[in-house]
Design a binder for this molecule. Structure first.
Ligand code: ATP
Ligand code: MG
Length: 314
């Protein structure tokens, strides 16, 4: 069976400091490797919600590639288009948290399988039943090959009347903001569901006023804009106006991946045609559950787990 939700972009392993406040320019202890990469976390989150999900990505001929392939398969993500590129190694992200919660990254990506995989990786027929293509800005910023692959995936999705979900996921370590704005513009323009954090929405539109940023991103189109606010929850702007939903109170263990779990849950609700208040609550619950577990995709919840949290917090 072909996937209805397709995530295109980097799968990588994440190797992180075991406690905050240990910068990457000094020797110290790391934990990992953990299966990661925003597109891969999204794919796992979507699969756990029961959506028929596939991934188009590149992995290397090494142990990290084996780890990723095994993990994605175990999670029920279709990996038939995850290419194991001969002679390459798998992408790696080293991550440190500063004491204030800011993140520092060192990426080994551009020359990895994630950066080298190109549009020839896509079998056209893989998109025959696609309802949603999900793209993260990091996949556009990663390399010219990855950008070309994303463009091709979007063209195939449009040909099959599928919709585009886009998370800018700005990573200045991969591409400076000015360049990213230009590179992402055609994807933002075509997105049916836009999933930035508040900070990203302001940075991309170059304004300090959230309402103005929302107006510019909606651009008078029939699209949905969900703004993520970390522990404070989210706001959804759509044709029917603005909906604010506070975050759920949970103990944060590891914030990485919250955005991607929120994205998958938001797409789930939009796909089901729910009212925006329900979509925002459901997606906030998914993001909240995601931060309660160590590891980028460990906390991605099932629908049943989200319902338990929703019922506890009526
Ligand atoms: P990442 O890029 O690390 O995956 P993000 O920065 O894109 O994350 P966030 O705004 O941190 O996204 O988180 C997405 C959503 O998850 C939030 O809008 C909120 O609903 C939920 N969430 C995140 N952190 C918390 C928290 N500490 N407590 C409760 N909910 C949270
Ligand atoms: Mg994010």
């Amino acid at each position: 069976m072909k996937p209805q939700v397709i995530s295109v972009g980097e799968s990588l392993v994440e190797i992180m400091r075991d406690s905050p406040g240990q910068p990457l320019d000094q020797a110290g202890v790391f934990q990992g490797p953990f299966a990661s990469g925003a597109p891969a976390i999204f794919a796992v989150a979507a699969a756990r919600l029961g959506m028929r999900t596939g991934m188009v990505s590149g992995i290397g001929e090494d142990a990290f590639g084996t780890l990723l392939d095994r993990r994605l398969q175990q999670e029920g993500v279709d990996c038939s288009q995850v290419q194991r590129l001969p002679g390459t190694t798998t992408g790696i992200a080293f991550i440190a948290y500063q004491r204030g919660g800011e993140r520092e990254f060192v990426f080994h990506l551009r020359q990895s399988a994630a950066g080298l995989v190109d549009e020839s990786a896509v079998a056209d027929s893989y998109f025959d039943e696609v309802k949603w293509l999900h793209i993260s800005g990091s996949a556009l910023a990663l390399s010219p090959q990855s950008l070309a692959l994303c463009r091709r995936a979007l063209a195939l999705t449009r040909k099959n009347q599928g919709r585009l979900s886009f998370d800018p996921n700005l990573r200045p370590e991969l591409m400076p903001l000015a360049e990213a704005k230009e590179c992402f513009a055609p994807f933002i323009e075509q997105a049916d569901l836009l999933l930035p954090t508040v900070e990203e929405a302001l940075a991309i539109t170059g304004t300090e006023d959230e309402e103005e940023a929302a107006r510019r991103l909606l651009a008078g189109k029939d699209r949905i804009l969900a703004l993520k606010r970390g522990g404070a929850g989210s706001t959804i702007y759509s044709r029917s106006g603005r909906v604010d939903q506070p975050g759920f109170s949970v103990v944060e263990v590891d914030p990485t991946g919250a955005g991607d779990c929120f994205n998958a849950a938001c797409l789930y609700g939009v796909d089901a045609g729910w009212p925006m208040t329900q979509v925002a609550r459901f997606a906030n619950a998914a993001g909240a559950l995601a931060v309660t577990r160590q590891g980028p995709m460990e906390g991605a919840p099932t629908v049943a787990q989200i319902e338990v949290l929703l019922q506890k917090s009526v």
